[in-house]
Design a protein around this ligand. Structure first.
Ligand SMILES: Nc1ncnc2c1ncn2[C@@H]1O[C@H](COP(=O)(O)OP(=O)(O)OP(=O)(O)O)[C@@H](O)[C@H]1O
Ligand SMILES: [Mg+2]
Length: 499
């Protein structure tokens, strides 16, 4: 059998960079996302030896005498699955204090050390952490993405993109785990995901905590999958399990520690006091979520409302995957106020840049879809870079197109003639929607360009102006064709003259 094709991991450049100036570098991320493959691909050409703590003999020796184990390691070494021997962190710290050479230890871990501060603290200042995710859509496509750079620059290129259409649902269901994606049949992929969750709970969660009823966890995760992209309500989640809220909270933290679940915190602003403070919950991968919910592509096509939530999770995870190798740190939040104006994904870069992404699975994008983004723009003020509505819509309401045009007459409209158009973008690549009004051009509609509200007068005026402009263009084109290109003397036979 031939070896499976290895996809290029965009995080590898960050890894090489970290190894050049930090004594200990940890790659952490969920089981089976590709940590070992990445560590070995980068490490082996640089002469790193390899030890795997999943190997019982290696683990026993590391547990019995961590200091002796570390002292006997070669100059540069990969320690795989380091979370299995937490005692090693202190031994590594002493070794690094003794000799601080960049890139000495390359660690991998399948549990989030940042959620166990004692571990991370022991190597504070000495350890660089790289978060690895399952494959991003842009890694599957083999193309470096530009979405985040464009978002913070507030500038999207207008060009023709291929619309994913019905294939978008298939991508949501397929998820990003390489070992699932090599299976051709969707049914076989779903079974990989279900076995994955079961094995992870039985093996890794058991290592992390002694809990009496392990079988609750896959069911709790399935229940959380049904709530994905919604505000987290621990009481609702506790309901079917007859367990106390603190116990459910602990279980959710465990699922977070093994990267099966993400909690997206709310955003705070001094300018707005009426913000909802509950976090949102997202399953770590849309493929896992669909498998746990028993949804295949056909079922998801029928159930548009569930698709909406899963699409939001899919977009959120894709953006996080892209952010993991972005040159600056990006923090993720959600935004919702008590009037239910919301922005699904709020991205903060450094102290001064805020951007919003709203995900829409509906068939038409309307001005109302920009309501939350406009509130965010007002709350963020100068810090606001851009707001984008991403969706799978096949059309966009005329009023959105006109609103943007009305706003940009004289500047963007004329410098980019006929490039105003439709929105729509997904994941790693934008999709085009042939715009029935303006021809087949496409762009992303950016909320910062939209006016507060488009009154009826302005709407009517822009419609009339637009109609008039089309007539003038048609007239001028016709005139030019007739005068300069139409062969003379081909107007047909001259009318017969009656003598
Ligand atoms: N870049 C890649 N392209 C394609 N397949 C990959 C890639 N990286 C990993 N895989 C495949 O994914 C599977 C898991 O990879 P790997 O063992 O590196 O993950 P891991 O995160 O170390 O898993 P674990 O936590 O269980 O040790 C393997 O079958 C591997 O071949
Ligand atoms: Mg591994």
């Amino acid at each position: 059998m031939s070896a499976p094709l290895l996809r290029r991991r965009f995080a590898s450049a960050r890894l090489v960079e970290a190894l050049s100036d930090t004594p200990v570098v940890l790659i952490h991320g969920p089981r089976q996302c590709g940590k070992t493959t990445l560590a070995r691909t980068v490490g082996e050409v640089r002469g790193y030896a390899y030890h795997n703590l999943d190997d019982f003999v290696v683990l026993a020796s590391a547990m019995a005498d961590p200091a002796g184990f570390v002292a006997n390691l070669p100059e540069r070494v990969i320690l795989d699955q380091v979370q299995r021997a937490p005692g090693l962190f202190t031994a590594l710290k002493s070794e690094v204090n003794r000799r601080r050479t960049p890139g000495r230890f390359l660690l991998t871990g399948s549990a989030n050390v940042l959620l166990r501060p004692t571990l991370a603290d022991s190597l504070a200042g000495r350890m660089g952490i790289l978060r690895l995710h399952p494959l991003a859509q842009c890694e599957l496509a083999g193309r470096a993405p530009s979405f985040l750079a464009a978002l913070f620059a507030g500038r999207f290129k207008t060009r023709a993109y291929v619309r994913l259409g019905a294939r978008l649902v298939e991508r949501v269901v397929a998820g990003g785990y390489p070992a699932a994606l090599v299976r051709a049949a969707p049914r076989r992929r779903a079974s990989w995901y279900r076995d994955y969750v079961e094995a992870l709970v039985q093996r890794d969660v058991r290592d992390l905590a002694r809990i009496s009823s392990l079988d609750v966890l896959p069911r709790l995760l399935a229940f959380a999958a049904a709530q994905t992209a919604r505000l987290m309500n621990v009481s609702d989640l506790a309901g079917p399990f007859h367990l106390s809220r603190p116990t459910i909270r602990d279980y959710l933290t465990l699922l977070e520690r093994v990267f099966l679940l993400d909690v997206l915190p709310p955003w705070h602003s001094n300018r707005l006091s009426r913000l909802v403070k509950a976090p949102k919950v997202h399953v770590g991968d849309s493929g896992v979520a669909c498998a746990l919910l028993g949804l295949d592509a056909e079922a998801l096509r029928q159930d548009r409302s569930t698709f909406g939530f899963l699409l939001e999770t899919f977009v959120f995870q894709e953006r996080r995957r892209q952010a993991s190798w972005h040159e600056k740190e990006i923090r993720f939040h959600h935004f919702r106020d008590r009037d239910d104006a919301e922005v699904d994904i709020l991205l903060e870069r450094g102290a001064n840049e805020v951007a919003g992404v709203e995900v829409k699975a509906g068939s038409t994008i309307t001005l109302a879809d920009f309501r939350g983004l406009r509130k965010l723009r007002d709350a963020a003020g100068e810090r606001f870079s851009a707001g984008v509505v991403l969706g799978s819509a096949a059309s966009i309401a005329l009023v959105v197109v006109l609103a943007r045009w009305a706003r940009n007459r004289g500047s963007r409209w004329f410098s980019e003639p006929l490039q105003t158009g439709v929105v729509v973008c997904t994941i790693g690549q934008c999709i085009v929607v042939p715009d029935l009004i303006l021809g087949d051009f496409c762009t992303v509609v950016v909320a910062s360009w939209l006016p507060e509200d488009v009154g009826f007068g302005r709407f009517l005026l822009t419609t009339l102006a637009y109609g008039a402009m089309r007539i003038v263009v048609a007239f001028v084109t016709g005139f030019v064709l007739r005068e300069f290109f139409w062969p003379k003397g081909t107007e047909g036979p001259a009318p017969e003259r009656s003598e």
